[in-house]
Design a protein around this ligand. Structure first.
Ligand SMILES: NC(=O)c1ccc[n+]([C@@H]2O[C@H](COP(=O)([O-])OP(=O)(O)OC[C@H]3O[C@@H](n4cnc5c(N)ncnc54)[C@H](OP(=O)(O)O)[C@@H]3O)[C@@H](O)[C@H]2O)c1
Length: 166
């Protein structure tokens, strides 16, 4: 299959790309950084350099794909000047527009544990919102929501919280 992977060479997208290439799929990886092109190609994938903030770029990259893997970069959750709820809402809307305009029929969205509710889940509310935005896609678009728990190698970003709040 022709598969587009967002999330560059991030925690999940890099091993995902390696597995997809190993299984014989034709993979395009989206990164915002031109200097990552060669590392992406080393994995056996094609690099699409651009921003997931850019609907036209997303549409062009998704066009012709059998399936797309959509993720939303978390940014820095401790940067209170960054409105993660608004920014993820915008990205999910971009994905909906690009999926509709490109005609892709199979979508996987990387959500999270906690996305089943809009209450008591703290910052993970952004995944609840994103899932609901993506659910506005018509029924001929098959979409799978993945809701993993946390991966241990991200714990370093919680050091400040652990030290200050136990
Ligand atoms: N890790 C966990 O424990 C866990 C658990 C459950 C859910 N999740 C969810 O997984 C997501 C994070 O996945 P991850 O850890 O694989 O991500 P990650 O390692 O943070 O990688 C995300 C990549 O996205 C690219 N990116 C950022 N802004 C971009 C833009 N405007 N346009 C194009 N690419 C952009 C960046 O690569 P470039 O610099 O190359 O563009 C970045 O390295 C979050 O939504 C999080 O809630 C994570």
């Amino acid at each position: 299959m022709k598969i587009v992977v967002t999330g560059s060479l991030g925690h999940i997208s890099k091993p995902l790309t390696e597995k997809l290439v190993q299984k014989g799929h034709t993979v395009t990886v989206i990164s915002s950084q031109p200097e990552r092109q060669s590392a992406i190609e080393t994995l056996g994938a094609t690099a699409a350099i651009g921003s997931i903030e850019d609907v036209d770029f997303l549409t062009a990259t998704f066009t012709g794909a059998d399936a797309v893997y959509c993720m939303v970069p978390p940014g820095n959750p401790f940067d209170h000047s960054h409105d993660v709820i608004a920014s993820v809402g915008r990205l999910a809307t971009n994905y909906v527009q690009a999926i509709l305009q490109s005609g892709v029929k199979h979508v996987v969205y990387l959500s999270s544990i906690g996305a089943h509710t809009d209450k008591g889940n703290g910052i993970l509310l952004f995944h609840y919102n994103a899932e609901h935005i993506l659910q506005t896609l018509p029924s001929d678009v098959a979409i799978a929501f993945m809701r993993p728990v946390g991966f241990y190698y991200n714990l370093l970003s919680f050091v400040h919280t652990i030290k200050t709040q136990g």
